[in-house]
Ligand binder design. Structure first.
Ligand code: ZN
Length: 59
């Protein structure tokens, strides 16, 4: 299970899902609907990065 990070700092956890937006726990990031957006800032999935990518980019 991976985590994906929005530029705003919100983390989507595949393990937790996003119950407040109707996403069940265990939903893979790639299986999120294309119209799913960050619950905090409203950016689309395209703007999210995997945690490893974000960590590497910060180096
Ligand atoms: Zn966001």
């Amino acid at each position: 299970m991976d985590n994906y990070i929005c530029p705003c700092g919100y983390v989507y956890s595949e393990e937790r899902g996003c119950p407040s937006m109707g996403i069940a726990a265990g939903t893979k990031f790639e299986d999120l609907p294309d119209d799913w957006v960050c619950p905090v800032c409203g950016l689309t999935k395209d703007n999210f990065g995997s945690r490893n990518e974000v960590i590497n980019a910060a180096k």
